[in-house]
Write a protein that binds this ligand. Structure first.
Ligand code: ADP
Ligand code: ZN
Length: 735
């Protein structure tokens, strides 16, 4: 745009100060204008520090001009970071995501500039730490720096300033008064370069064919999407590693997205075996200084491969040659916080904007990706068999009506017998139940009182190992009392229904000699302990494993030959149109943990409704039929991917305000755009953290202008007043 040229031509405005738009990490619709001080030079994409109210924040010099302003009244850019500017692809990506998700671009930029990130050169000797000496004069900005240091002791200069929201000069000032001292940070081990010839696997002919089909688009360059669909254990990872190798040989960067990467040490190990080096990792457990390093080295093109959680999508790769989304169907890819986005879909957009191929991999692809493969939008690359001809587990349904568990127990005698036989053979059994804690509901037998969260519309879950009753939505926890708070009767509280802790208890009582291990994300020790325990299971150090959905993912347990799904109907009850698909994927994945090393194996699915299409599709091992049926249903209902859908969640401190604003929005819906609004109706979780929630759904055909419709509706409705807040969820995952 000519106006942009004007802005960035240094001598276009002779005499007058230069003004540039800067996108700051705030929910602002447009960039703000800042003055460029004499002698400073910036370009679109430059990462700068700017004053914002009382704080200093990192922002990006943007392309769009802002409204004309009097330059002399503007505040000046404080600092230009010494790091590569965000390139045009990245800037377009930010704009695209903001536009699609109806999110202020500043909030999307925030995901890119996420603290802590150091934008100044590699710290070798110039790290900083607190000396313990308090500055003679304490100011709020100085206090913020010291608070940041309390969280993590060692920082780079700009990383510390950025994480504290203060100018770099505040940090320098603290050094001057002796509160901070330079420290020679041990240099990070350089992120080692992967070696594509290191541990090349001998692929089977089927695998070779699939890998050739994935390599071709990498070779050709340019945007494309391939869906790699292969049963669990067919070697999808080995196959896509060959595409990774090709991209690396071409000198390009590679991004591999994984759900729950903090738990997938096994993936990192396999990558290491194949490429002789670990990939750089990016997720919330990576310590701040490591993140600084990875961010910077990605921006400089020095990190070649990143394995990361969905947030890795916002790393500033200058030369991305391949994006892989492993387990592309996984619900963990959906972010439902601030900016609602689906990382799989945004990965496809990132590939398109950057002109590079994308590979989606799964044993149970999302219906969306399946439909795209079927209609030819995506290349379909199937991988039919398990590696080394390991047979898939023999799946059967346990009809709980015919084989009910004993009173107060949850496992059918049929399943118990199978567990006993498995353990006797020296093999492992996995019991899967997607519910943390001991019991989902506690009630008083004397008066019927049920323990409910006061802030959420949810029961309190009994976590017996911690001795607490907890809300899974707001985190509220209280001690489990001895007597009923309602009628005062002592010792009449009963646990209703099972959680994994209760299944573990049943196993300990039924098989006291077996080594039983419970895997659940809420147990003390966090991700580190879980990683250790997953390793122990893989090494055969347990006979019976009880776990939540975290055991469903990607793990390779060679001795696992029996998987029992304790309550297969659990996910089907909630009336969500995606429930059947989710349940199918989860049960298929979890039973797929069995028999991966060639031993004969079984999957037993406990259900009250064996005639349900999901259960039938599972035992018939006929995913095609299931997906076709689902696709048909969705098409009939005009639901995604055959139609467009968005949810608006209106929340407020009172029910009345939330509902009233929901009504106002619905009334403001344009009548002539081919979309309709359903609701407002109370949201599936009507109360969360004390906020009442109502939901509207906007629905239209495949080509309906969903975003324009929502924008028009929001613009025409009165602005939210008081405590009212509206969240927009494009392509909601549950609806
Ligand atoms: P998937 O991702 O499809 O579930 P994996 O890639 O995890 O399958 O492979 C399953 C197991 O088989 C892994 O232990 C893997 O190392 C092994 N495997 C697959 N293909 C080969 C191969 N060509 N050579 C050696 N081992 C292989
Ligand atoms: Zn709660």
């Amino acid at each position: 745009a000519p106006f942009t040229d004007l802005l960035f031509a240094p001598d276009a405005l002779p005499g007058g100060p230069k003004v540039v738009p800067v996108l700051v990490p705030l929910p602002a619709e447009r960039p703000y204008s800042y003055r460029v001080p004499e002698g400073m030079s910036v370009e679109p994409g430059s990462i700068v520090q700017v004053p914002l109210g009382p704080r200093q924040v990192a922002g990006v010099v943007w392309d769009q001009p802002t409204d004309p302003v009097d330059a002399r009244k503007l505040r000046a850019i404080t600092h230009v970071f010494d790091c590569p500017p965000l390139d045009a692809t990245m800037r377009r990506f930010i704009d695209w995501v903001a536009d699609y998700t109806i999110s202020p671009p500043g909030l999307v930029a925030r995901m890119v500039l996420r603290a802590p990130v150091a934008f100044d050169p590699e710290p070798h000797v110039d790290g900083l730490r607190a000396t313990g000496v308090l500055p003679p004069r304490m100011t709020p900005t100085r206090q913020r720096v010291l608070d940041t240091l309390a969280q993590s002791p060692e920082w780079t200069r700009s990383g510390l300033a950025n994480a504290s929201g203060v100018a770099v000069s505040v940090v320098d000032g603290l050094v001057k008064v002796g509160a901070l001292e330079p420290v020679s940070l041990p240099p990070h081990p350089a992120v080692p370069a992967p070696d594509t010839a290191h541990g090349r696997a001998e692929l089977t002919p089927d695998q070779r064919e699939a890998s050739d089909r994935l390599i071709a688009p990498v070779e050709a360059g340019g945007f494309s999407v391939s869906l790699l669909e292969g049963v669990t254990g067919s070697g999808k990872t080995e196959v896509y590693f060959e595409a990774v190798a090709r991209a690396l040989d071409k000198g390009r960067q590679v991004l591999i997205l994984l759900p729950e990467i903090a738990l997938t040490q096994s993936f990192i190990d396999r990558f290491h075996q194949r490429f002789g080096a670990e990939p750089a990792q990016w997720h919330s457990d990576v310590p701040p200084r490591m993140r600084e390093k990875v961010w910077r080295q990605v921006a400089e093109g020095r990190v070649r491969v990143v394995a990361g959680a969905r947030s890795a999508l916002f790393l500033p790769f200058p030369d991305l040659g391949l994006v892989i989304v492993d387990e592309e169907h996984d619900p963990a890819y959906k972010q439902e916080d601030r900016t609602f986005y689906h990382a799989r879909d945004m990965a496809v957009v990132r590939g398109r904007e950057g002109g590079c191929p994308v590979i989606l991999a799964s044993a149970t692809p999302s219906l969306e990706s399946r439909v795209n493969a079927r209609t030819g939008r995506y290349a379909h690359v199937p991988l039919g068999r398990r590696f080394a001809d390991a047979a898939l587990p023999d799946l059967s349904l346990v009809d709980l009506r015919r084989h009910p568990p004993a009173r107060g127990r949850f496992l059918s005698p049929v399943l118990l017998t199978a567990i006993e036989e498995t353990v006797k053979r020296g093999e492992q059994a996995l019991l899967f139940l997607n519910r943390r804690g001991y019991a989902p509901l506690t009630l008083c037998r004397a008066c019927g009182h049920r323990f409910q969260c006061s802030q959420c519309s949810a029961w309190l879950v009994d976590h017996r190992l911690r001795g607490t009753l907890q809300c899974h939505h707001c985190g509220h926890a209280q001690h489990r009392p001895e007597s009923c708070p309602s009628c005062g009767t002592l010792d009449h509280l009963v646990a209703c229904g099972p959680g994994v802790e209760r299944i573990a208890e049943e196993m300990l009582e039924t098989f006291p000699d077996a080594r039983t291990i419970l895997l659940s994300s809420d147990l003390p020790g966090g991700a580190r302990r879980l990683r250790r325990e997953l390793d122990a299971v893989a090494d055969g150090e347990a006979d019976i494993v009880i776990g939540t959905q975290l055991v469903a993912k990607g793990h390779h347990f060679p001795l696992m030959t029996l998987v029992g799904a304790v309550d297969a109907d659990l996910g089907l009850a909630n009336g969500d149109p995606r429930a059947a698909e989710r349940t199918f994927q989860l049960l298929h994945q979890v039973t797929g943990r069995a028999g991966r090393s060639g031993l004969p194996s079984r999957g037993m699915i406990q259900t009250w409704s064996p005639e349900h299409p999901v259960m039938q599709a599972l035992v018939a091992a006929d995913p095609d039929r299931f997906y076709d049926r689902e696709a048909h249903e969705r098409q009939r209902a005009g639901l995604p991917p055959f139609g467009r859908l968005a949810a608006l969640i209106v929340s407020a401190d009172t029910r009345r305000e939330a509902e009233e604003h929901g009504r106002e929005l619905a009334r403001a819906a344009p009548q002539d755009m081919g979309l309709e609004v359903l609701g407002p109706a109370e949201a599936p979780l009507g109360l969360v953290r004390g906020r009442h929630r109502f939901r509207l759904l906007a629905q239209g055909g495949r080509r309906a202008p969903l975003q324009a419709f929502l924008r028009a509706m929001i613009a025409a409705a009165p602005k939210p007043r008081g405590s009212v807040h509206v969240q927009i969820d494009i392509d909601p995952q549950s609806f």
